[in-house]
Ligand binder design. Structure first.
Ligand SMILES: [Zn+2]
Length: 474
């Protein structure tokens, strides 16, 4: 019985090693294709031997940061997680993870499995990994040419949950109606999380929110408050279906601009406060999701608090780098809601440090926006029209537009009434970075907002200049 698994894992290891030597970066997808051909049950067998079981994390936004955060919390508790590499979130990526983190007899070198899974891969992952918990962050319209129809994905998940054992826990975002509704018919009540501090919400529908229709009767939901896209306090005016009361809730949130966030958490085990190094409300959701998952795994509150405070962002998604006398703030942008929230973070007033200034005296920000239209970025850039750039008006000094779609970006900014003399078009990432740094005042921050492949290019430029480590060194 074990011989087949051993042969499969051995083949996978050799394939991964060959691929590494060929210098194909971290791309060890080949192993993920070969292993199941030799032992189709390899993933099930190895994950079945994890002493504390597995957790599956999915959703449109935040799954990488949330997964990393959970892994960090587990580390604080002295537990090791077996997890897939960020972005390698199809079944092949999950298989590659077990090849790397199990011995040749299929015994995992970890206590818990922690898998970040692509939205459409959830059904396959649930069949092969029998998870103790499934965490779903949110469902947004992502790159338009990939998953246009969020209801289609929600339907896939709903179907897939029928294969789950009844004792598997669902951890769901109460503030996303489509996600919250997935728990309505489960035999076990889900563990819900959400934001409960109205002071950080807005009472007008945000520019980039999609309308959401009631899962029970089809009426459009009404909102008391919005926090992030369509996430908020929602209810159906016709049938009364409403946001479930979350057991894990952020009851006090203080945004400290790009420096981080103070959050007071309410949990079934008690309240606690944590100072997060992560900026923005979207990271409050990530922290809530990870906290709920940590509680489900039985981690103590004190461990959760320490872990939340000592965590810094996953590489490339949000990062602060020092470049000479200036700071660089890097944040990946990939869809309208995420981009809008990043802009909100960039524009949030810094109220910490001794240099806190009134709004009127704050000089305009310098931005570098790099938009590519390669496959990994999404080839259709019309989503830029759904980003709320209107908020930049009067609050930026210079915006350098880079990437293959620099021109489109500049046009979008002109429609957002950013004065043309403040817009610079420079498609080449290296020259764009030079120009943007040159107009960033000493001691100030340059905000760099690239799509996925543009992020890789910017990183490469920074790496050549010795400012950051290589992409695959994490
Ligand atoms: Zn209804």
């Amino acid at each position: 019985m074990g011989a087949r698994l051993t042969a499969a894992l051995l083949t996978g290891r050799v394939a991964a090693e060959v691929s590494r030597r060929l210098g194909r970066g971290g791309g060890t997808v080949i192993a993920g294709h070969l292993v199941p051909r030799i032992d189709p049950a390899a993933l099930t067998k190895v994950t079945g031997r994890l002493p504390l079981g597995s957790v599956i994390v999915s959703g449109t936004n935040g799954k990488t940061t949330t997964t990393r955060l959970i892994s960090h919390l587990l580390g604080q508790a002295g537990l090791r997680a077996l997890h897939n590499r960020a972005g390698a979130n199809l079944v092949t990526g999950l298989v590659t993870a077990i090849v790397k983190q199990a011995d040749l007899r299929g015994r995992p070198r970890a206590d818990v499995g922690l898998f970040e899974v692509d939205e459409a891969t959830v059904p396959a992952a649930l069949l092969q990994i029998r998870p103790r918990a499934v965490l779903l962050t949110n469902l947004f319209r992502d790159q338009l040419d990939r998953y246009g129809e969020v209801h289609f994905v929600a339907g896939l998940w709903q179907q897939a949950f029928k294969t789950l054992p009844s004792d598997a826990a669902l951890i769901l975002n109460a503030d996303d109606p489509l996600v919250a509704d997935l728990g309505r018919e489960r035999p076990q009540p889900p563990l819900y999380y959400g934001i409960g501090d109205p002071s950080v919400g807005i009472s007008e529908p945000p520019h980039a929110s999609d309308a959401r229709l009631c899962g029970r009767c089809g009426t459009e939901y009404s909102y008391q408050i919005w926090f992030y896209g369509h996430l908020g306090h929602w209810a159906c005016p016709a049938c009364g279906l409403a946001r479930p009361r979350p057991q894990v809730e952020a009851i006090g949130v203080t945004l400290r601009g790009d420096r981080g966030t103070d959050v007071r958490f309410r949990t079934p085990g008690g309240d606690f406060a944590a100072r997060l190094a992560l900026p923005g409300l979207y990271n409050v959701y990530n922290a809530l999701a990870a906290t709920a998952c940590g509680l489900q795994l039985g981690l103590p509150l004190d461990t959760l608090r320490q872990g939340l405070e000592s965590f810094t962002a996953a590489f490339g998604r949000l990062e602060r780098i020092t470049v000479g006398d200036r700071a660089l703030f890097l944040a990946l942008v990939k869809n309208p809601v995420g981009f809008t929230e990043v802009l909100r973070t960039v524009l949030a007033e810094q109220t910490t440090g001794p240099q806190a200034r009134p709004e009127t005296a704050t000089p305009g920000r310098t931005l570098l926006i790099a938009i590519n239209d390669h496959f990994a970025d999404g080839t259709d850039v019309s989503w830029l029209w759904d980003v709320d750039f209107e908020g930049l008006q009067g609050r930026v000094a210079t915006v350098v537009c880079a990437g293959t779609r620099a021109e489109d970006m500049a046009v979008r900014l002109k429609y957002a009434l950013v004065p043309p003399q403040q817009i610079v078009i420079e498609p080449d990432p290296s020259r764009a970075l030079d120009r943007a740094l040159a107009v960033t005042p000493l001691g100030e921050t340059l905000y760099v907002l690239p799509t996925y492949t543009a992020m890789l290019e910017v990183r490469e430029v920074l790496q050549r200049a010795g400012h950051v480590r290589g992409f695959w060194q994490d």
